[in-house]
Design a protein around this ligand. Structure first.
Ligand SMILES: Nc1ncnc2c1ncn2[C@@H]1O[C@H](COP(=O)(O)OP(=O)(O)OP(=O)(O)O)[C@@H](O)[C@H]1O
Ligand SMILES: Cc1ncc(CO)c(N)n1
Length: 553
């Protein structure tokens, strides 16, 4: 996506010579979030992936001059503080910011109370802890301590400080908020939680957000891939908002040593979101997802704990080859590139009501009639793909799909008969605008030069329905599930899309997509075209279910 505005943001932090944490991590993160990054340096570190070798503080007067130079001139939209080094620097930062806020108005401020590096090196003099609490916390909109920092801050003010379980994290986040900031995000990178822990902390004022669109939780990638499941080893970040409401953000833990600078990166991503006016809860979710993918896609750098991959959001993931653990890199990056709309599609109200068995019959009938007409476009698009293919194997593969779509359409005819719709009525159904738009887009995409665009366009439907089928089937397995399987009037639909025949087609579709991409070497412009086609088809799919819900003709 092209960002037309770049809100200016500021980091006040230490320099990391190895480039993975501190100011360097912040500036990279700001840049890929489309923000303009300014930086005030509080300390220089000689540091690499194995640890911190030396620290050199910047004199407080010079820190003050830097902040004034930036804030007197540039319309900064959000600020973060990281490593402040000592009490003098902390004090001056708080004073100067306070003065600017008093004269020019408040600017959203995130304080990452960096105290100790992952390698155990002191990044903040112990006598500065009180200064951070007394001077900086009261003007901060959010503080983002990790587990060790939270324990240190609480101990400083004689709170019970040991964090041994998830309930302790929730309590600690609440107590930290009484120290003065508007909100607290207690980061959980150094704490391993399980699904059982999550179940134990649920209560009325605690919400759990499971970021379920990461690869590990995308059913088609997991079921048809060879990814090992580590779904019970979780990372949780706990947010205590200004109204004391607790939100727990839970994601699958990545087994990786590329975790240097994760904390700096998370708070820098958060600041970038806040600068765009994104509300705090959503900003945390987006920033945590960005950090997570950065860890997941990192390539080892250095001999110790390497940096995460800051530029994943602007690098085509296609560069990553198909491997045993990541057999579907293109699919995974397409899903990620339009994750919000993809989720609106595969978790659509239509699907949820269908799973519960409470979808009104008229909506389903409306859908199935339009879907019958859709399959005609879909078959024509595959026939077009055959016409555009240069070898017998892909021609024959595309024609096989044409035949199975024709079969699927007779399956629809069968459904319709069950629901009392005659063949005549079905054939004479008029197209809804949502269908015309989708069908025309498929054919138009096919008429263009790059056949891979057509392959991508066709995949959104195939893979999305496969995902929905697997999701409903998996959800149905849980005790007291919201999905009604036996006795559901739409059982056959759920069985068809989760069943072996359709899932075999999904797996074949994944293979086609990935093997074609592997044999290709797309330029960034072509890759962006594929992403765009995927995004538009995902949107059209969502539109199709909107149409079914609204009974639009
Ligand atoms: N192994 C991991 N898998 C997934 N997410 C992780 C992992 N490690 C850290 N994170 C995420 O990274 C973010 C930073 O968390 P962490 O608690 O590690 O901060 P930190 O200790 O301040 O980091 P650092 O000192 O390395 O900059 C959090 O959102 C956390 O959930
Ligand atoms: C400069 C700097 N800031 C913060 C951290 C914490 O990750 C670090 N290692 N180095």
């Amino acid at each position: 996506m092209i960002m037309l505005e770049s809100p200016p943001v500021l980091t006040i932090a230490g320099s990391d010579s190895s480039g993975g944490a501190g100011i360097q991590a912040d500036l990279k993160t700001f840049t890929v979030h489309g923000c303009y990054g300014a930086s005030v340096t509080t300390a220089l570190t000689a540091q690499n992936t194995t640890g911190v070798q030396a620290v050199y503080g910047v004199p407080p007067d010079f820190v003050k001059q830097q902040i004034n130079s930036v804030l007197d001139d540039i319309d900064i939209k959000a600020i973060k503080t990281g490593m402040l080094f000592n009490a003098e620097n902390t004090k001056i930062v708080a004073q100067v910011l306070k003065r600017h806020f008093d004269t020019k108005g408040h600017i959203p401020l995130v304080c990452d109370p960096v105290c100790v590096s992952t390698s155990g090196h002191t990044l903040l003099h112990p006598d500065a802890v009180d200064t951070i609490i007394d001077e900086l916390f009261p003007i901060s909109d959010l503080i983002t301590p990790n587990k060790a920092e939270a324990e240190l801050l609480l101990k400083q003010r004689n709170f019970p400080s040991r964090i041994a379980n998830l309930q302790d994290m929730v309590n600690a986040a609440r107590q930290l908020k009484t120290l003065g900031p508007q909100a607290v995000l207690l980061k959980g990178g150094h704490f391993v939680a399980s699904l059982a822990d999550l179940a134990n902390v649920s209560s009325d004022d605690t919400q759990v957000i499971r970021d379920d669109l990461l690869d590990e939780n995308t059913n088609i990638l997991r079921v048809h891939g060879r990814k090992e499941q580590h779904v019970d080893s979780l990372v949780v970040d706990v947010l205590c908002a200004s109204d004391n409401h607790i939100t727990i953000f839970a994601r699958t833990r990545v087994q990786s040593t590329s975790t240097h600078g994760t904390g700096c990166t998370l708070s820098a991503a958060l600041v970038s979101q806040l600068a765009r006016g994104i509300p705090l809860g959503e900003a945390v979710r987006l920033a945590a997802a960005y950090t997570h993918i950065g860890i997941e896609t990192a390539i080892p750098i250095g001999s110790g704990f390497g940096p995460l991959n800051h530029i994943h959001s602007i690098t085509p993931q296609l560069v990553s080859p198909r491997t045993k653990t990541n057999p579907y890199p293109l699919t995974s990056s397409l899903i990620r590139s339009s994750r919000v709309i993809w989720k609106e599609y595969i978790r659509h109200e239509f699907v949820v009501l269908l799973g519960k068995g409470t979808l009104p019959k008229e909506n389903f009938i409306h859908f199935i009639k339009q879907d019958y007409l859709y399959l005609k476009y879909y078959a024509r698009a595959y026939a077009l793909l055959a016409a555009k293919s240069h070898a017998y194997a892909p021609i024959s593969a595309a024609i096989d799909v044409v035949f199975s779509i024709v079969q699927e359409s007779s399956m629809h005819m069968g459904y319709c008969a069950e629901w009392g719709i005659t063949e005549d009525e079905l054939i004479n159904t008029s197209e809804s605008p949502a269908l015309t738009a989708y069908g025309a887009f498929l054919i138009d995409t096919g008429m263009q030069g790059d056949p891979m665009k057509l392959v991508v366009a066709l995949a959104a439907c195939l893979l999305g329905y496969g995902e929905v089928g697997l999701w409903l089937k998996e959800e149905a397995r849980a005790p007291d599930s919201w999905v009604k399987w036996e006795g559901n009037p739409y059982l056959k639909w759920m069985e068809d899309y989760s069943g072996d025949v359709y899932q075999k087609a999904v797996k074949a579709g994944l293979e086609t997509l990935e093997s074609r991409a592997e044999a290709d070497a797309p330029s960034p412009i072509r890759f962006a075209d594929w992403q765009n086609v995927w995004e538009r088809c995902t949107r059209l799919e969502k539109g199709f279910w909107d149409m079914a819900m609204n009974l639009e003709v």
